[in-house]
Design a protein around this ligand. Structure first.
Ligand code: MG
Ligand code: ZN
Length: 228
């Protein structure tokens, strides 16, 4: 007699932020702190929180102060970014269960592709921006996210999510400002740090997480619940 493993009843698109979500530390902060003007970060913090400058403007201003080659930046990020517990195993589990995993970042391909490659995950689809690093000051190269989002007025991650979600339910994982709007398009949100605080303030549900074992356990429960 043949026994078949049933396919998961709920197939998820697992869309995952990179900095501070997959990594332990935000690589944009690491790069600015080491090679840029960290005081710029502090000066922009208030205006950013009050909405007087956009995240994109803040990032452009900060990276204009970054004087480093791509080699310098990769050496720094490899040494300092860290990987949140359980991420490579989580991706292997998710794929074996038939879920899709994609990375959606407001960060930079030079850094993200390198760090994912070192985790053995160079084949993960990544939507992100990039930077032309230079010792004369670096320039942000924004990816084309089409029209401004009707909800937040920015070129946010919703466009990328809409392009890849298909009929799958969406689990979104994030920690920061760039995850706010897109999290509203997800069926389930896993949040930490600033994103979790914002969801608390706005009264929206989420699952707190500090490692990927927690995320996996929660998704396994959902699978079991729906299969029963
Ligand atoms: Mg982040
Ligand atoms: Zn938006």
């Amino acid at each position: 007699m043949l026994w078949y493993h049933p396919a998961p009843v709920t197939r998820f698109l697992i869309a995952c932020d990179f900095d501070g979500t997959i990594t332990r530390r935000d690589t944009l902060h690491l790069i600015v702190d080491r090679y840029g003007d960290p005081a710029m970060w502090d000066r922009l913090d208030g205006p950013l929180t009050r909405g007087e400058v956009t995240v994109e403007q803040a990032i452009e201003r900060e990276f204009a102060t970054v004087r480093a080659t791509a080699r310098d930046v990769l050496d720094l990020c490899r040494a300092e970014a860290g990987v949140r517990d359980g991420f490579p195993g989580f991706v292997a589990w998710a794929r074996a269960e038939g879920h899709r995993v994609v990375v959606m970042s407001n960060g930079f391909r030079t850094v993200i592709d390198d760090l994912l490659g070192r985790m053995g995950l160079g084949d993960l689809p990544v939507a992100c921006h990039d930077v032309a690093f230079s010792r004369e000051g670096s320039r942000v190269l924004w990816a084309d996210r089409g029209e401004r989002c009707a909800l937040c007025g920015r070129r946010c991650k919703r466009a990328e999510l809409a392009a890849v979600r298909g009929d799958d339910r969406v689990a979104y994982l994030g920690d920061g400002i760039s995850d706010r709007c897109v999290s509203g398009a997800a069926d389930i949100v896993f949040a930490r740090a600033g994103l979790a605080e914002w969801l608390d303030e706005t009264g929206r549900p989420y699952v707190p997480f500090e490692d990927f074992h927690t995320v996996r356990r929660h998704l396994e429960h959902l699978e079991e619940g729906r299969a029963a």
